[in-house]
Design a protein around this ligand. Structure first.
Ligand SMILES: [Fe+2]
Length: 271
């Protein structure tokens, strides 16, 4: 199996449909990132609110793609008792914008172009540079000059989806997820951060302590630097989505330290 083989393939950047809207998204998000509170424990992360202009967020919600545009991420790993996928994904930055119905496509082209921009990348990396430097094994001063390869995807999680605490795998450097609920009724569906407990807890099958859970609120996002070393482990996960919770819509942006082929990422269990 070549599930984690890297190749030198890098997808072309997505062209904005409406450059003015794309620039507005970038400028607003860069400001929000700059204003966000960065928290250092259990590893460096931030939670942001009002990440997009209000009119853009309304367009995001109104133009969430139809389910047929998504693909099951990995049905062997993520499925319910009926064998149906519980995590679907649509890789916007890898040619899949075209899978979206033409009437809904433009906002996603602009969003993808904005997320792939150097301005957004620099804003996020600048805030998390302490832990990124650990990840890359470089000085904090060099974090912004390292080449990065953004990958943007839409994610849709369904009842029974869960993922145990894990740090994320190479070559991920920063993980950022934007939450897309319609209202505040899904507040409990956020991602949790964990720290590993001392050995006695691990021996009784309770190896992790939930440190915080981000609120799954409209127009919010979180970001953290990925690490899995003695100094830092970016353990995060999601408890089972219950029957009455509804669909969990979000956008995942990951910055990779090396290019990774579409098929490899699509099948990887560690990402
Ligand atoms: Fe993860």
């Amino acid at each position: 199996m070549s599930a984690t083989v890297e190749t030198a393939v890098r997808p072309s950047p997505v062209a904005a449909a409406n450059p003015a809207r794309r620039d507005k998204i970038v400028a607003h998000l860069v400001r929000r990132v700059a204003d966000a509170e960065v928290v250092d424990a259990p590893f460096q992360h931030m939670y942001l609110t009002e990440v997009f202009p209000a009119d853009v967020y309304a367009q995001v919600i109104a133009n969430l793609p139809e389910r047929s545009a998504y693909r099951p991420l990995n049905i062997k790993r993520w499925h319910n008792a009926r064998g149906e996928s519980t995590r679907d994904q649509l890789f916007l930055s890898e040619g899949e914008v075209d899978r979206i119905d033409a009437a809904k496509r433009e906002v996603w082209a602009d969003m993808t172009s904005a997320m792939e921009s150097e301005d957004v990348q620099r804003a996020v990396f600048d805030r998390l540079r302490h832990d990124v430097a650990i990840r890359l094994g470089c000085a904090q001063a060099d974090v912004l000059s390292r080449p990065m390869y953004p990958s943007v995807s839409l994610v849709r999680d369904f009842e029974d989806y869960k993922i145990k605490p894990h740090p994320d795998g190479h070559p991920r450097t920063i993980t950022m997820q934007f939450y897309f609920p319609h209202d505040e009724s899904q507040v409990d569906l956020g991602t949790s951060l964990y720290k590993k407990r001392p050995l006695p807890y691990r021996l009784i099958g309770r190896p992790f302590e939930e440190v915080k859970r981000f609120p799954f609120l409209p127009n919010s996002a979180y970001a953290f630097a990925v690490n899995d070393c003695d100094e830092r482990q970016s353990y995060h996960g999601r408890e089972t989505i219950g029957a009455s919770s509804g669909v969990r819509d979000s956008m995942l942006v990951m910055w990779l330290s090396s290019p990774m082929a579409f098929a490899a990422r699509h099948n990887s269990d560690k990402m």
